[in-house]
Design a protein around this ligand. Structure first.
Ligand code: SAM
Length: 213
């Protein structure tokens, strides 16, 4: 039998731990009320984010690209009791929607929302991070990574989403496709970067796991 990606994802989800109820509700609510709901990480990737976070028990997490808050809540599952998660999004229309879910999940005291351009907010954060999730516009991935790297602890992880960009990375993309060229540049940047160890996981749209060594 042929291995078809959608069937693999369905089967893998069925045999992975369930999402907490609040995330199921957030997933449904996002699909019903918010545009571009396919941007939400979803069950399988969400459980991976939770798993990684629970393994490293971070004190400080940074997320670039909050959207409706699904991945933030998955990442927050591993936070230490005193831990905080900073999440950035430039869309003010999503702020209250995500905040309601952070409250519902009992995480509103641990999650700090920043509404603004990630390129402005990241330099303003006076923190060092154990775990970072990169999931905003692909054009600026290299710039985000370079701003974040000095703020990442040794042994800390950056998880970067969409590094396969629907397969557009396999051939040199059209130069006018700024998102695709942004991802191609990012993957090359990480491959050539000193002081990192990386693994490109072909999960969903591709997740790059980068460790600062
Ligand atoms: C793919 S969605 C994030 C999905 C979310 N991490 C999840 O898994 O549920 C990308 C988000 O990045 C935000 N974004 C895009 N460009 C941005 C920028 N320059 N600065 C801050 N946020 C940005 C968008 O508004 C959008 O909500």
């Amino acid at each position: 039998m042929e291995l078809i990606p959608e069937f693999i994802e369905e089967y893998a989800s069925a045999f992975s731990s369930d999402e907490p109820d609040v995330l199921k509700k957030l997933n449904r609510d996002t699909r019903a009320k918010v545009l571009q709901s396919r941007m939400l990480s979803g069950h399988l990737q969400g459980r991976l984010l939770s798993f990684v976070s629970r393994m490293i028990k971070p004190g400080r997490i940074l997320e670039v690209g909050t959207y409706t808050g699904y991945s933030a809540l998955c990442l927050a599952e591993g936070l230490t009791e005193e831990g905080k998660l900073h999440t950035i999004d430039h869309n003010p229309e999503l702020e209250d929607f995500a905040a309601d879910y952070f409250r519902m999940a009992g995480r509103d005291d641990q999650i700090i929302q920043h509404v603004g351009e990630a390129l402005d907010v990241i330099p303003s954060l006076k923190e060092t991070f154990d775990l970072v999730f990169l999931d905003a516009d692909k054009i600026n991935y290299v710039r985000y990574f370079d701003l974040i790297f000095p703020k990442l602890k040794t042994g800390g992880l950056v998880l970067a989403d969409n590094v396969l960009w629907g397969g557009k990375v396999f051939d040199p993309p059209d130069e006018r496709d700024e998102e695709a060229t942004g991802i191609v540049r990012f993957n090359q940047h990480i491959r050539d970067h000193k002081g990192v160890r990386q693994l490109l996981l072909p999960l969903r749209d591709g997740l790059m796991v980068i460790e600062k060594v």
